[in-house]
Design a binder for this molecule. Structure first.
Ligand SMILES: [Mg+2]
Length: 310
């Protein structure tokens, strides 16, 4: 969605600033006015700064051109559209202005029609930029999250876990790395249909999110398999947390089209002691997965730790 357009008019000549302000308001644009370069820069440093800038070249504290340079150094996904307003309209000055980051320039004194046309070009450019930023944000989201559950997907989850490992190592925290898998998921799909299976996955994603703390790591790594990573006091604590989650799932009312569906999950986990030389994510995944296999073999709805496998 395109945010409402706000323009910054920076001009030390109050009569000119007033005239431009009146015109922009008439054309349906919100305005902010600054009477010198510093004041204009301060406006641009605030949250949600104006996106269309009309900067006078000759101003106290910072000239329009210095302002251009400073504004272009601000790190933003939505850079403003800058029109330099100047009586210096020699080729050399125009080139200098554009090279310093201006998008366009307009000669003073203004021709109202030309100003309006230039402002329209700015508006169109900003709208296009805003649509591109939205599209990129959506693509980024699609590339990082599982569409069904809204949880992190496998690729991004493994990336984040690598960062979690480094952080936990520095903070000397114990971690529990767990994978869990829905028991007899195929039977659920066969009996109630795939939309029911999808609903279970979504409800399970919500339930796991509720059971964990906001800073714990959770993601869907495949069909009916999820991965959890959280810090714990000790190994007993890790067992307790996973048992609590396993039991919460067993006793949760999973509902699809008013039908109550019984769901249980099997867990496989490995304990990562603070300070231990951290291995690759894949190595812990393999250990946890082997423990999960043991949970499946020993009757399901069960938590197994890799340390307990002899
Ligand atoms: Mg001036």
């Amino acid at each position: 969605m395109t945010p409402p357009l706000t323009a910054l008019i920076a001009d030390d000549d109050k009569a000119t600033a007033k005239l431009v302000e009146m015109l922009l308001i008439k054309w349906g644009i919100k305005t902010v006015v600054a009477y010198d370069g510093l004041e204009a820069l301060e406006v641009m440093m605030q949250a949600d700064p104006p996106s269309l800038l009309l900067l006078d070249w000759e101003m106290p504290s910072y000239s329009g051109i210095e302002l251009c340079e400073k504004i272009r150094q601000i790190d933003t996904a939505n850079p403003p559209y800058i029109i330099l307003c100047t009586a210096r309209d020699s080729a050399e000055h125009i080139v200098q202005g554009l090279n310093k980051g201006a998008n366009d320039y307009i000669s003073k004194p203004f021709n109202t029609q030309v100003l309006k046309a230039r402002v329209e070009v700015g508006k169109r450019t900003l709208e296009l930029q805003s649509r591109l930023v939205d599209a990129m944000t959506r693509l980024d989201h699609l590339a990082s999250f599982d569409e069904l559950t809204g949880l992190l997907n496998r690729r991004v989850l493994f990336e984040r876990i690598r960062e979690d490992f480094s952080r936990a190592h520095r903070a000397k925290e114990n971690l529990c790395f767990a994978v869990c898998d829905i028991d007899w998921f195929k039977r659920i799909n066969d009996k109630y249909g795939h939309p029911a299976g999808d609903a279970i996955l979504r409800q399970l994603g919500d339930l796991l999110t509720q059971e964990l703390r906001p800073y714990d790591r959770l993601g869907r790594i495949g069909g009916e398999e999820f991965l959890l990573l959280f810090s714990v006091k000790d190994d007993c604590n890790a067992v307790k947390v996973l048992e609590r989650i396993r039991s919460a799932i067993e006793h949760h009312d999973f509902v699809y089209e008013e039908k109550l569906i019984a769901v249980t999950m099997s867990f496989g986990a490995t304990f990562i002691e603070a300070g231990e030389e951290v291995a690759r994510v894949e190595a812990y995944f393999k250990r946890a997965d082997e423990a999960l296999y043991r949970s499946k073999e020993t009757g399901r709805n069960h938590v197994t730790f890799s340390e307990n496998i002899v």
